[in-house]
Design a protein around this ligand. Structure first.
Ligand code: DAT
Length: 175
């Protein structure tokens, strides 16, 4: 295949709400010209949910509809998928799975600033303490494609975006 026809990789950026997935994905998309797909926005724009969860104050997404909606774009390659879950996407879609992690007290402040409180706030902090997303990523994808990156500070964001940009530039599809 000619160089310019090479399929670009797909990256999944995951982690607890508030760790910096959207900020990191958006900067990475600017740096690489890859397509940033924010699953929360995609669900809202295309009504890909089954209802509203009163306990967690969030939409219950329909995972099958989300995967159907994404299939063609993922097949094409060159996507940065941003979501706080990762176990329902087909394993074959991703070349890299990045789990962002944040210090608990930093995350507490970010989520409080976002208006989270009560159970929603404490559940998300527990999710981060118990590394739920890292475990989910490790059980859902091959170990060698999963990386955990710290996302406490603005410097961390710059370093993570720089590192992922380098990885994308050097990426070669498996023959
Ligand atoms: P997510 O998409 O994981 O929910 P976000 O990108 O929306 O997170 O970020 C939540 C808030 O925290 C937003 O105001 C930006 C800020 N933030 C995220 N990562 C950060 C970091 N590493 N350093 C400083 N601020 C950060």
């Amino acid at each position: 295949m000619a160089q310019n026809q090479m399929k670009k990789p797909n990256i999944l950026i995951t982690g607890t709400p508030g760790v910096g997935k959207t900020t990191t994905s958006s900067l990475l998309a600017d740096a690489t010209q890859l397509r940033h797909i924010n699953i929360g926005e995609l669900v809202k724009q295309n009504n890909l949910y089954d209802g509203w969860d009163e306990n967690f104050h969030c939409h219950v997404i329909n995972e099958d509809l989300v995967c159907d909606q994404l299939e063609d774009m993922m097949e094409e390659g060159g996507n940065i998928v941003d979501y706080h879950g990762c176990d329902f996407f087909p394993k074959r879609w991703f070349d890299r799975v990045v789990v962002l992690q944040t210090n608990n007290s930093v995350l507490y402040d970010r989520l409080s600033n976002r208006g989270y409180m009560g159970t929603k706030l404490s559940n998300n902090i527990e999710c981060e303490i118990f590394q739920v997303l890292l475990e989910e990523a490790k059980t859902s994808y091959p170990e060698e494609i999963v990386i955990a990156l710290q996302s406490d500070s603005v410097d961390d964001i710059s370093r993570n975006v720089g590192m992922l940009t380098d990885w994308l530039r050097n990426w070669q599809p498996a023959s």
